[in-house]
Design a protein around this ligand. Structure first.
Ligand SMILES: [Zn+2]
Length: 473
């Protein structure tokens, strides 16, 4: 992610965000169609729910316990999401089909959803192969005991049903899961295989670690026709426009953004389509120019983009944000900052999207790389306004005032120093090689640094990286 204006002290930025929240476009009048009118908040989503295995049928879980979970499983997701525009309520019915590819037995799965922290979640039922399980909430995580051991290569289906309520303000982290300024922002609503990660942090760091899924299908039912910008391609829409189905492959999340009145503009860039979604009054043409230009030059530098469409949506507000196949440009972004923000979030398609990392523990791997790439292609390199720091700490260990200045600015400048030492040709070839070698995986800061070091006879570890990464060198 990136602050709306990285040149602005955080207090001023917070004031500006608060001002925009108050003075921005008015939220449309609440409409009369409610979730209840569609069949009640706990009605089964029969028309759109995925099939479920009968209890006990062909379950591959065996008795016992190993007290182990893993992110490194093959998980596909088939979900229904019901959005009530007027009441800000959502209903989720999601089934994760999980094959244990982790190399060892596991006996629980840990699913993350921001609804557990920001959405006043009402967890209705969690089943494992059709059998109710004693799932518990811990911070942003739903911990699902499997009721036994899932052996290596065995498969289980975990179904989670819940209701949640979107926030109506953008303060704190609310902007990730909110309806404001006529836009619904749904970040990490879909319970996703991860691990227990503390959501609270002293800065705007991303408290997520997201393994890639080869298949996600989401049916979205809405209380009124909405234009939806998601991480997937739309595969069908009902005649009345109220049920839209989306599919995505090789994504780390499935973000949804919605408005009643999004307009779109598209441009073919190389062999992809860049499409912006913006409300009347927002700078749609400038958003498309900024995103298309960034996408073009970054794809040339970093290697081919895996999705047919790259979407750029005006979000409710606060921060720019990355997600697979879709990035958010916040409502009210200053024109002077639009190109930077678009380039930073676009660069995340490669650093975070194509190559994942533990964003909570190793923010350097995606934020420094994305910010370096954005500033390099735009010629916006600048010095840091905080004291020189080590760059191998977690998001929990940097202050709000200096997280951006250290990880993004100092981190990006360190990568640029490596580029100058080894030469641009070798540097960009090494980055392309790193991305190709770690595509759809979760990489590490160490792997990134070693990929650069391996591409030059200069000992970058000793001469450049060691003082800044004492936990690695
Ligand atoms: Zn970022």
């Amino acid at each position: 992610m990136a602050p709306m204006s990285p040149r602005m002290p955080s207090i001023l930025a917070a004031l500006l965000i608060a001002t925009i929240a108050v003075s921005g476009p008015a939220v449309r009048p609440v409409d009369a169609v409610t979730l209840e009118a569609e069949g009640g908040p706990s009605a089964p989503l029969a028309s759109v729910a995925p099939p479920e295995r009968q209890p006990g049928a062909a379950a591959e879980i065996v008795p016992g316990s190993v007290n182990r979970t893993s992110l490194f499983v093959d998980a596909t997701y088939d979900a229904s999401l019901r959005i009530s525009w007027g009441t800000r309520k959502i209903a989720v019915d999601s089934t994760a089909t999980i094959r244990n590819t982790s190399g060892g037995p596991i006996d629980r799965i840990e699913l993350n959803t921001i609804a557990a922290r920001l959405g006043s979640i009402q967890l209705h039922s969690v089943t494992v192969d059709g059998v109710a399980t004693g799932a518990t909430r811990s911070d942003q995580t739903i911990v699902v005991p499997l009721g036994g051991i899932l052996p290596v290569d065995a498969t289980t289906r975990i179904r989670v049903r819940f209701h949640a309520l979107l926030r109506s303000s953008l303060s704190g982290s609310n902007w990730l899961f909110a309806k404001a300024n006529g836009i619904i922002d749904l970040y990490r609503w879909l319970p996703w295989v991860s691990r227990r990660i503390a959501f609270d942090r002293p800065n705007h760091g991303d408290p997520f670690e997201t393994p890639s899924s080869r298949s996600v299908v989401v049916r979205i039912a809405t209380s009124r026709p909405l234009v939806l910008a998601t991480s997937g391609d739309r595969t069908s829409v009902s005649a009345d426009g109220l049920i839209q189905t989306f599919a995505a492959t090789n994504v780390r999340d499935f973000t949804v953004t919605a408005a009643t009145d999004y307009r779109t503009r598209s441009r073919v860039v190389r062999d992809s389509v860049v499409r912006v979604y913006y409300r009347p009054g927002a700078p749609g043409a400038a958003m498309l120019d900024a995103a298309a230009d960034a996408f073009d030059i970054l794809e040339r530098r970093l290697g081919s983009y895996p999705h047919r469409t790259f979407r750029v949506a005006q979000s409710a507000g606060a921060y720019g944000m990355e997600s697979p196949g879709l990035v958010w440009i916040p409502t009210g972004v200053p024109a002077s900052n639009l190109r930077y923000l678009a380039a930073h979030e676009t660069a995340h398609q490669w650093f975070y999207g194509i190559v994942g990392n533990d964003q909570a523990k190793q923010p350097f791997a995606d934020e420094a790389a994305a910010d370096f790439a954005a500033r390099y292609v735009l010629g916006l390199k600048r010095g840091s306004r905080c004291a020189t720091a080590t760059l191998d700490r977690t998001i929990y260990q940097y202050s709000a005032a200096c997280y951006y200045e250290k990880i993004y600015i100092q981190g990006g400048n360190l990568l640029d120093a490596a580029r100058r030492k080894m030469g641009s040709t070798a540097f960009w070839a090494a980055l392309r090689g790193y991305i190709a070698a770690n595509r759809n995986e979760i990489s590490t800061t160490q792997t990134l640094l070693e990929a650069l070091d391996a591409a030059t006879p200069i000992d970058l570890g000793k001469t450049l990286f060691a003082p800044r990464f004492p936990r690695i060198y």
